[in-house]
Design a binder for this molecule. Sequence first.
Ligand code: ATP
Ligand code: MG
Length: 560
Amino acid sequence: MSEETKSLNFIEQIVEEDLANGMDKNKLRFRFPPEPNGYLHIGHAASICLNFGLGERYNAPVNLRFDDTNPAKEEQEYVDAIKKDIEWLGFKWDQELYSSDYFQQLYDWTVELIKKRKAYVDEQSSEEIRIQKGTPTSAGTNSPYRNRSVEENLDLFEKMKKGDFEEGSIVLRAKIDMAHNNMHMRDPILYRVLKKAHHRTGTNWCIFPMYDWTHGESDYIEQVSHSICTLEFKSHRELYDWYLDQVVSSDTLRPKQREFARRNLSYTVMSKRKLLQLVENKIVTGWDDPRMPTISGLRRRGYTPESIVNFSKMSGISKRDNVTDVALLEHSIKDHLNQITPRVMAVLDPVKVVITNYPEGKEEFLDAGYNDYAEGFGSRNVPFSREIYIEKEDFREEANKKFFRLKLGKEVRLKNAYIIKAESCTKDENGNVTEIQCTYDEDSLSGSGSEASQRKVKGTLHWVSAKHAVEAEVRVYDRLFNDEAPDGHKDKEFMEFLNPDSLEVITAYIEPSLKTAKIGDRFQFQRKGYFCIDNDSSDGKLVFNRTVPLRDSWAKEEKK
Ligand code: ATP
Ligand code: MG
């Protein structure tokens, strides 16, 4: 195996083999086939990156195909959201296609199947049909309707199409083999009646083709060369091929289904059905709630498309089911934000510091950069005055030698400003510190070049000037579930593992340079983490989402 082949994922290797076996490179064609019954999640991103990645590697078209055969669950809102998310991730599809556009073709093929005695109308209840299916170890039983005449089947199917039957009262089934060792081959359902308006075909159709019948034939119509889906469809492959056998003609390309493992993520659920439950039960504010594992939620949370694509690369394409640690996703976004965000100061849990030897009424506008190395951001002014806020946790009356922050009688440097020394503090009746009195070294201003400015003190704290600081709402998110695999318990529902503290809303003081920031802007709040401006912000009031903290508090928990 060459070096190049080794670095290919196994799906790419399959394509390579096909090319080596004489397949025409120009015939390569891929698709991403979402059902518009919810918003895309980080699992879909794996499939998107895989399919569009193949398109990029082989310079082949990738279609966006909406697999829209269930009007009970699908909506235009989801179509729009899916398109927006794929574009945001940075991918361009060749054609925008819909399975519902093939309803007539599928119907015509079905009529042919009936004529070839390969399909029949079954009027039994779904329960009866289920019981007759048998089990993996015992054969099923033939339906009493299995041997209807072609004429009767054609007539009934026509009536189904006209709306003469109620939902659930009748289905059309393929006639394959009720004793087949693959359960999917035991006379699978081809069509069911659904009397709901479809988001595209309206009320034109009241019979809808099932997934298996639709998917492979859509691949064939579009001449998709490699139809990539997730592992749960592996056992459907035989049926996929059987259906293709019924329609493929020899001079056309025959699509090939291949499967890879779903991406699962720890500490969350990842099925649209479950995510919809969170939305409908108002556990979250919507599909784009920043705690959701959806693409739109991650976007609102402050994730970049690059971080999601990079995460997909790192977590890879696998043949076996596995769970990716959410810490890898968090690592990916931290890594990117570290390179692109300006560093600013915000105090999330403030306590006031009064610098007693700093003149009352005086203010200075200190020149500060944004980053040590990201020069593109230019510089900013940070106002300094006699009263400032620091984080409560950055002060202790007494502490051991390892506490490099402010303690009585000791010095720290204020980032971009002066060295201060804690002299005394005031407390309320409960013993909580309400104010710290400090003195400052007038000659110690950072960057002034003076001897005092070069003085080494152990700690550096972020701060904001009390008079100049702006109040902002900060939404601090934690994991939505406090269990590693919330839907992996036999005896418990995933909803039982909701983390009651997944959202904390606090009021923070931010430096005034942020007043002009816009929705979506991202920052590093020094020593605190990465934050972005939420679209709930209005002119007078900024709302920030915490994207990720700088350090992983969960990792610490585990080590304890
Ligand atoms: P869900 O159970 O979340 O609704 P789905 O598979 O029903 O997922 P589709 O809209 O049918 O969702 O998926 C579109 C494509 O994305 C399919 O090819 C599917 O295999 C793939 N996909 C969905 N979820 C994942 C996942 N967790 N990991 C990788 N690929 C996925
Ligand atoms: Mg699905």
